[in-house]
Structures are given as structure tokens and as C-alpha cells.
Design a protein around this ligand. Structure first.
Ligand SMILES: Cc1ncc(C[n+]2csc(CCOP(=O)(O)OP(=O)(O)O)c2C)c(N)n1
Ligand SMILES: [Mg+2]
Length: 337
């Protein structure tokens, strides 16, 4: 059980113009519907291996991704399906990758945890906890040295703060003033370990501040708060050094498909569900007259149709031929490496 009390649900007016406001709802619904289908396909053994769902946390990617520019780099964890989708990787390419088909964004070799797409500067999909942070520092260092005016947004779970790689990357990013936006998705648990069971200091902003970088905490269940916070700090990061944002969020599903969830009470999960990022946002839009039930159903139907098309695409996809299996692994005899 974690120590943080569940705050009241996000509420109040959404000041965005209608098209932008509904697009944020559509984005979160696309992630939710895609992942609900993935869970179903996992049960049918169409998707195999590990599968970590982002359900409950959609407001983080939903608010952050549209704030970033096309030249920025993205690094994420194994819970990255939503980040990849909102970055512009097609749902078809994501679903084919889940299936292990060669039409997938990583040619079917990566699967759920290793989505990758050079064209949209989506640099993974990292399975190693904390592994993305040094990579992000490296990408930002390259940008700084070559004078590219871009930043690297690095998403990771709060479990990463227990890794040496977190501290090394935070230190170097601050020391060398690298343009990294460290986006910590604090869902309170690292597999079955509550933050308070593994960390003496559970205020993650205090940890980040100790490296001399600005750090803020944001309600990660509120797409409006996330978007405004990220948009607000971007100029500071692009023109200068790193910044740390803690997104306070919660996952509604198990850690992965193999998790009996013995480490948290069902009542805690139910309480957090009252703060669900999609239904609280929908309620706010409806309350201010920006969304009707028919409009909601139309947006949802569009997301469901996109999912159906992606599944059909993945089903029709092809397996990598066996004779290609050594490609990118071994150099053919006689060829220079
Ligand atoms: C270096 C390393 N140690 C352990 C693991 C096993 N592992 C996979 S996910 C995970 C928990 C990470 O939790 P967190 O960073 O909070 O991310 P979340 O799953 O909550 O999104 C662990 C320990 C790993 N993948 N890499
Ligand atoms: Mg976590």
C-alpha cells in the first residue's frame, strides 16, 4: 500500500478551443481502445511475450506528446504504446509489431517493449529500467554539440530512481546543461514495490533538485494540467539545461500480463479509478457544453474503427523469412563488418 492519499478528481473549466480539446480526448481514447484490444489479443495468444498496459495513465502522453515539436527526440520505457501512437507511429505499424510481423515499426523483432521509429524520432521502447535516461542524455549531448535546437523528452517510471543510470544521467545532464526533459511517470509502484518501500526520500522533486535542475510535480491524471505544464517549460529546456517533471499518475491494470496484484488493495485501485483521465476530462467538457454524448460516441467509434483496421493489418502481415534471421546479427563471411 502506498502512502499518498488519493486527491480529488481533476475538475474545472477546460480553456482550450473546441477542436483542440476534443483532439486530446480522441488521443486518449485511441490509446485506451488500442490497449484494451491488445489485452484481448494477448488472451488469444496473438500477442505474446511481455505486455505492459498504460491504461489509467493516458493523460501523461495525452498531454505531453502534442506539446513537443517534430524535431524533438522521444525516449520511453516498455510501457510506451501510447507515446509511440501519439508521436505519429501508425496504429497499424504498432499492432503489427505487437504481433511480431515484419510490417511492424521494428520489423517484428522488438515486440511490445521495443517500439521504435526513426522517422518520428521515437527512439524506443526500452526494456531496461532506467536504461533510457543515459540514452536521452546522449541524444541531447549530440544535439547540443551539433547546434540542433531540439530537446529530448525522456519518459520513465519512478522505479528508475533506484537505478544508478538515473543518477548518472541526471548528473551529466545538469553538469553539461543538456536539453533533456525528464518525464517521470510516478504511478507509485515498480512491479509490486511501492515507492515508500524502496526509497528513503519519496519526494522525487527533491531528488532531482539535488542535481541542480528545476523540478515540478504535476497531476498526471489531468490532461489539461500535463499539457500546460509541458508547454510552459519547453522554451526553458530547448534553450538551456534539463528539467524534471514528476507526473503523479496511477495504473489501473496489473504491472504486466503476469501479475496477481497482491501488493495493493482493490479499494485503492477503485479510488484511483474515480480520477480516471478519460472520464473526468469527458465530464468537464460536457459540463461546460463543449461535448455532447453523440460527439463522444462518434470520437469513440472512430478510435474503435482505427483499432479494427490495425488488427486486420497485423493479421494480414507476414513473418520474417527464416533465412533472414541472421540479418543484422552476423556479418556474412567475406564481408567487411
Ligand atoms: C535494470 C532492470 N531491473 C529490473 C527489471 C525488471 N523490471 C521490469 S519493470 C520493473 C518495474 C519498473 O517500475 P517503474 O520504473 O516504476 O515503471 P512502471 O512499470 O511502473 O511503469 C522492473 C523492476 C528491469 N527490466 N530492468
Ligand atoms: Mg511505477
Amino acid at each position: 500500500m502506498n502512502e499518498r492519499p488519493v486527491p480529488p478528481p481533476p475538475s474545472g473549466p477546460v480553456p482550450w478551443d473546441k477542436a483542440f480539446a476534443l483532439a486530446r480526448l480522441a488521443d486518449m481514447l485511441r490509446i485506451r481502445r488500442m490497449e484494451e484490444k491488445c489485452a484481448e489479443l494477448y488472451g488469444q495468444q496473438k500477442i505474446r511475450g511481455f505486455l505492459h498496459l498504460y491504461i489509467g495513465e493516458e493523460a501523461v502522453a495525452g498531454g505531453a506528446m502534442p506539446a513537443l515539436g517534430p524535431d524533438d527526440n522521444i525516449v520511453a520505457t516498455y510501457r510506451e504504446h501510447g507515446h509511440a501512437l501519439l508521436r505519429g507511429v501508425s496504429m497499424n505499424a504498432i499492432m503489427a509489431e505487437m504481433y511480431g510481423k515484419q510490417e511492424g515499426c521494428s520489423r517484428g523483432r522488438g515486440g511490445s517493449m521495443h517500439l521504435f521509429d526513426r522517422a518520428t524520432r521515437f527512439f524506443g521502447g526500452q526494456a531496461i529500467v532506467g536504461g533510457g535516461l543515459p540514452l536521452a542524455a546522449g541524444l541531447a549531448l549530440a544535439d547540443k554539440m551539433t547546434g540542433r535546437k531540439a530537446l529530448t523528452a525522456c519518459f520513465f517510471g519512478e522505479g528508475a530512481v533506484a537505478e544508478g543510470a538515473f543518477h548518472e544521467a541526471m548528473n551529466l545532464a545538469a553538469l553539461w546543461q543538456l536539453p533533456v526533459l525528464f518525464c517521470c511517470e510516478n504511478n507509485l509502484y515498480a512491479m509490486g514495490t511501492a515507492l515508500a518501500r524502496s526509497e528513503s526520500q519519496t519526494d522525487l522533486c527533491v531528488k532531482a533538485s539535488s542535481y541542480g535542475m528545476p523540478a515540478i510535480a504535476v497531476d498526471g491524471m489531468d490532461v489539461l494540467a500535463v499539457h500546460e505544464a509541458v508547454k510552459g517549460v519547453l522554451p526553458q529546456v530547448r534553450g538551456g539545461g534539463p528539467l524534471f517533471i514528476e507526473f503523479r499518475t496511477y495504473r489501473f491494470r496489473a504491472h504486466s500480463m503476469f501479475d496477481a496484484e497482491l501488493y495493493r488493495d482493490k479499494s485503492e485501485v477503485e479510488q484511483w479509478k474515480t480520477r480516471g483521465p478519460i472520464h473526468t476530462y469527458t465530464a468537464r467538457l460536457k459540463a461546460q457544453g463543449s461535448l455532447t454524448e453523440d460527439e463522444f460516441l462518434a470520437i469513440d467509434a472512430q478510435a474503435l474503427a482505427e483499432v479494427d483496421a490495425a488488427v486486420a493489418f497485423a493479421e494480414a502481415g507476414t513473418w520474417e523469412p527464416v533465412e533472414d534471421l541472421l540479418r543484422d546479427v552476423l556479418t556474412p563471411a567475406g564481408e567487411a563488418p
